[in-house]
Design a protein around this ligand. Structure first.
Ligand code: IMP
Length: 196
């Protein structure tokens, strides 16, 4: 029997799960929502990324008793007062349509010269009764047009300051090195590494 500690990653995104398992799977047995038979749609009702990340982790701790972490990400555009932010997945409506979200954002940015934006990921971690929050940020700008076919979400219209390419024009390794999620995950790993 494995004596690795068990921890739940409160996500249904298999890609994120696999990525994190590759990084910290030696030390922790990382369980998915499916592994613990959690089939509910956990309500994300907060109006901040921090709030939603915490809701998801607390839900699992309270209902299933597992130590847990959860993440929430938003694209924050300066000239739009931080929008779409916590609403990034459903900016153009409830059906999580990335093309529609990008079209709406480009439309709302028409004629704006300030195109500064950032992606921000917040991770909440609950171990025992201790809650920790960590974040990862990548600064950049919204391009005038879409470019590139890789990645997902707003990748074709986001260019980080570290590069001349949009996220959708990069390989995943290149993106992960500088991305919001990569940076937040590095903080999570450091925190988990310090757990005895
Ligand atoms: P989530 O909290 O990771 O599900 O992210 C919420 C929404 O933000 C997603 O549905 C995407 O629209 C957007 N998003 C999150 N991460 C990225 C990324 O790395 N690239 C582009 N869009 C992203």
């Amino acid at each position: 029997m494995s004596n690795k500690k068990e921890i739940v990653f409160a996500t249904n995104n298999l890609h994120k799960l696999e990525e994190i398992r590759q990084i910290i799977g030696d030390k922790f047995n990382i369980l998915s929502l499916k592994d613990i038979n959690c089939n509910e749609d956990i309500p994300e009702t907060a109006d901040t990324l921090e709030g939603n990340a915490e809701i998801k982790a607390r839900y699992i701790k309270d209902h299933y008793g597992y130590d847990c972490f959860a993440d929430d990400t938003g694209l924050e555009v300066e000239v739009l007062g931080g929008e779409p932010g916590v609403k990034s997945a459903r900016y153009a409506g409830n059906n999580h349509d990335s093309q529609a979200n990008m079209e709406l954002l480009l439309k709302n940015m028409q004629g704006k010269s300030n195109r500064k934006a950032r992606f921000r990921t917040v991770i909440s971690l609950i171990i025992g009764d201790e809650l920790s929050l960590m974040d990862g940020i990548v600064e950049g700008e919204i391009t005038l047009d879409k470019a590139g076919n890789s990645g997902f979400g707003y990748d074709p219209i986001f260019k980080p300051i570290e590069s001349e390419l949009t996220f959708a024009q990069m390989g995943s390794d290149e993106k992960n090195k500088i991305s919001h999620r990569g940076r937040a995950t590095a903080k999570l790993i450091e925190k988990l590494d310090n757990i005895k």
